[in-house]
Ligand binder design. Structure first.
Ligand code: C2E
Ligand code: CA
Ligand code: CA
Length: 473
């Protein structure tokens, strides 16, 4: 109990009743200050250790917990998991933020009650959580986080929310690495899995550290490589399988560095994450236009050439004008070009995608939806995009003979294209049998190793001169 000793001087001439009132006022103020100070202290103590929104521990608590735990156990008994919820944005968007908040709080509490007393869960803000888990419980925990069911939400009592997470994991060792660094490493692994590897669970290990070094190297080498014209398009034929005729080509970038070719899967995901793909795409478009011009100057009549555009480019200011300017400055007619872009389900991208493609189409370019069937495009989106061509993803083609579901899907895609008055082409056709199966299903256009891998300017020029290949027998 704290006592307040107050000495107050009152002005002369004050009445007894007024004096009483002033003393009450004064005491009330003092009481209020004391209680507030006490509350502030409690709140500060709390905020140092707990997350205000969910009231589960925060990272400050985890640091203390770890230090305490290390007095009783060796670090290599543990691992650090950094997790980022995969579908939380979707819950917020569909259910509203109130439901989103409730789900987050409930999930946070169920995480805390799931782990053992000598383990710890903390919230890092947003939909990020860090867990200090015993290595022997790791597999069980990863499996649990594949689909964590949350029910009993006040604003959506009948609904079950399936939470799943991206996870970056660092196994602790007896080396003296601070826990803060371990959390950072796990966070890097989580982000790399989410953005580049598209893998739900990624361990921070020597291999990943090597990939990160490579990623930094690629980023540093990129601009000098653009200046030195190290990026060139290779061209892959598109063929009418019934006649063997060359009906188009796709420009696919290759990076010639130190005398060796580097393939797109080794640098495009990195450039994409760094927001650099538009520079690459514009360089490839420029080289593609120059190639078309050369063919025309040689007296050849090349079929339409497609080029790829990363969806991240949609948010580059005036990207449509930049594309059209490149084509114009090379004196190439836009109807000689086709743009390939993948599907999207992201709200903020859909409107932008529609207006972007509408402008290019209005200016004479053909529009192809790339890797069709692997994204989340709705039928109405395909309709709104007003695309000309659907490219069936190669994963369906390679599974054609072994998987009957694939052939049902391929048939359905062909029918959709037909109903919407769009052309269809199959990617990744590697064998005559795949080609024949596609023809039977109603798709006569193909691109794939069966005809040719992507080849350099001189080799594709020979193919243009021969006007293609023999028909599939
Ligand atoms: P994509 O646009 O789906 O291109 C088709 C990829 O499939 C190419 O790989 C091609 O070589 C490969 N392919 C073609 N036929 C077959 C086949 O029969 N079997 C197999 N297994 N593969 C086949 P590539 O050239 O390595 O390109 C990979 C991806 O990189 C492309 O996939 C595209 O997403 C991206 N990419 C390539 N060039 C560019 C570019 O200039 N800009 C952008 N943004 N992305 C590009
Ligand atoms: Ca493509
Ligand atoms: Ca493709």
């Amino acid at each position: 109990m704290e006592y307040v000793h107050a000495y107050i001087e009152f002005p002369e001439g004050i009445t007894k009743d007024e004096l009483k009132l002033d003393i009450y006022d004064f005491l009330a103020d003092q009481m209020f200050l004391l209680v507030s100070r006490q509350n502030c202290r409690i709140m500060l103590d709390y905020a140092e250790n707990y997350d205000i929104q969910t009231s589960v521990p925060n990272v400050g608590y985890l640091y203390k917990f770890y230090a305490q735990q290390m007095t009783k156990a060796a670090p290599d008994k543990y691992c650090v998991i950094f997790s980022n919820l995969r579908n939380f944005k979707y819950i917020n968007e569909t259910g509203g933020t109130r439901t989103g908040d409730e789900v987050l709080i409930k999930f946070a509490h169920s995480l805390v009650s799931y782990v053992d007393d000598d383990e710890c869960v903390c919230r890092m803000g947003g939909d990020n959580f860090v867990m200090l888990i015993k290595q022997k419980n790791l597999d069980k925990f990863i499996e649990k986080l594949e689909c964590w069911e949350i029910t009993g939400i006040n604003s959506a009592p009948d609904k079950t929310f399936d939470i799943t997470a991206w996870m970056g994991i660092t196994r602790l060792t007896t080396d003296d690495v601070p826990i803060r660094v371990r959390i950072e490493q796990s966070s890097i692994a989580c982000s790399f899995g989410k953005h580049q590897l598209k893998k739900r669970v990624v361990f921070y290990d020597e291999q990943l550290a090597g990939m990160l070094r490579r990623s930094r190297e690629i980023t540093a080498l990129f601009h000098p490589a653009v200046t030195k014209h190290e990026f060139t398009p290779f061209f892959q034929p598109k063929v009418n399988m019934l006649t063997g005729e060359l009906i188009g080509m796709e420009a696919l970038c290759r990076w010639k560095h130190d005398g060796k070719y580097i393939f797109p899967d080794q640098f495009i995901p990195i450039l994409d994450q760094q927001g650099l793909t538009h520079e690459l795409d514009m360089a490839i478009l420029n080289e593609t236009c120059r190639a078309i011009k050369k063919w025309l100057d040689m007296g050849l009549n090349p079929p339409r050439v497609s080029f790829n555009i990363s969806r991240k480019n949609l948010f580059i200011p005036h990207i449509e004008e930049i594309i059209l300017d490149i084509i114009k400055s090379n004196n190439v007619s836009t109807d000689r070009l086709e743009i390939e872009i993948t599907e999207t389900a992201k709200e903020d991208e859909i409107d932008r995608l529609i207006s972007f493609l509408a402008t290019l189409k209005k200016n004479g370019l053909q529009i192809a939806i790339d890797d069709f069937g692997t994204g989340y495009s709705s039928l109405s989106l395909i309709h709104n995009i007003n695309a000309d061509i659907i490219k069936i993803d190669k994963s369906f083609i390679s599974a054609l003979d072994s998987n009957s579901k694939s052939s049902v899907l391929v048939k359905t895609i062909i029918q959709i294209a037909d109903r919407l008055d769009m052309d269809v082409i199959a990617e990744g056709v590697e064998t005559a049998d795949e080609g024949k199966a596609l023809i039977d299903m109603g798709c006569i256009n193909a691109q794939g190793y069966y005809y040719s891998k992507p080849v350099d300017f001189d080799s594709i020029t020979e193919i243009i001169k021969n006007n293609g290949f023999s028909p599939i027998l």
